[in-house]
Design a protein around this ligand. Structure first.
Ligand code: HEM
Ligand code: HEM
Length: 236
């Protein structure tokens, strides 16, 4: 049976009349006849010509679906390249979830706490209920707490999974994360140290509200570029 390496397999991507091959463990399977793999794409998510051993774990079906189609080759196992320091590599082997999960796990917190200060402040402006203003401030404080691990795990996943390769999306995320952190810390300190008696209609009150509002587009940009790395946006 023909042997394929990943490079050779990538040519059989089901596009431009090419056959549609996918690899699971050491099996190379020809799914060209499947209407669910038309044009080399499955569920608008998985692309043919690749090793999908890990991806199928997240599928709503088991690996038995692969038996419907013929095996046409064997995938040569790739030489394992070690890119991380030994101890870290051992840790990742022992706890594989540490490789990919920590960043997506923690990022939801700064996302929520970047949006909620402006939201609660707006509620305060509308209702004049003072505790909404306090909630806005508390969310701002909680944000400081969560931006730190979100940024740290961002650097970690970039290093571990992308070998810290320069990428436009990551560059934008790094700049935007530090801008976000700066605005959050400044507005928090300003509010607790100098805006003891906040007057919403004063110059300071308006500027403070604008700072809270500015967190929303900044965190959206960071999240959007993050999502574009995990789920590449389809071209039309
Ligand atoms: C997590 C994303 C995935 C989703 C949502 C998904 C969904 C589906 C659904 C709904 C079907 C048809 C129902 C069935 O036969 O059970 C199917 C069939 C199939 N899937 Fe997936 N799948 C995913 C990932 C994968 C991966 C990674 C592979 C390859 C390693 C794969 C290979 C297949 C094959 C070969 C079939 C049979 C196609 C046919 O009957 O013509 N799927 N998938
Ligand atoms: C407040 C700061 C940050 C937030 C809110 C954030 C948010 C996100 C989100 C929502 C995702 C998509 C996660 C998913 O659903 O799978 C993501 C992915 C990602 N982010 Fe961040 N991010 C932040 C900081 C950073 C920083 C500073 C870096 C780089 C130095 C970074 C690098 C990445 C990378 C490489 C991915 C892709 C993850 C993967 O493929 O495993 N992030 N981020």
């Amino acid at each position: 049976m023909k042997e394929f390496d990943l490079e050779e397999l990538s040519a059989f991507n089901g596009q431009n009349g090419q056959p549609c091959y996918i690899a699971y463990k050491d099996r190379v399977i020809d799914v060209s006849e499947s209407r669910l793999w038309r044009a080399g794409s499955h569920m608008k998510r998985h692309l043919a010509g690749r090793d999908l051993t890990l991806d199928i774990k997240a599928a709503p079906h088991g690996v038995e679906v692969l038996d419907k189609y013929p095996q046409v080759g064997i995938l040569k196992s790739k030489p394992k390249e070690q890119t991380l320091p030994g101890a870290l590599e051992v840790l990742m082997e022992r706890f594989p979830f540490l490789r990919r999960h920590p960043h997506p796990m923690v990022v939801h917190f700064p996302m929520v706490f970047s949006i909620s200060p402006a939201f609660f402040y707006l509620l305060y402006l509308i209702t004049d209920v003072k505790s909404f203003e306090a909630t806005a401030l508390h969310c701002l404080g909680a944000n400081i707490l969560f931006i730190v691990p979100a940024t740290a795990t961002g650097f970690l996943t970039w290093w571990i999974n992308y070998q810290a390769k320069p990428m436009k999306a990551v560059r934008i995320k790094i700049y935007a994360s530090f801008i976000l952190m700066t605005i959050v810390v400044i507005s928090f300190l300003w509010r607790i140290l100098f805006l003891e008696n906040l007057v919403v209609s004063s110059m300071e009150g308006i500027l403070y509200f604008l700072l809270l509002l500015s967190l929303i587009p900044i965190v959206s940009v960071i999240g959007w570029y993050g999502g574009s790395l995990t789920f590449p946006v389809e071209e039309k």
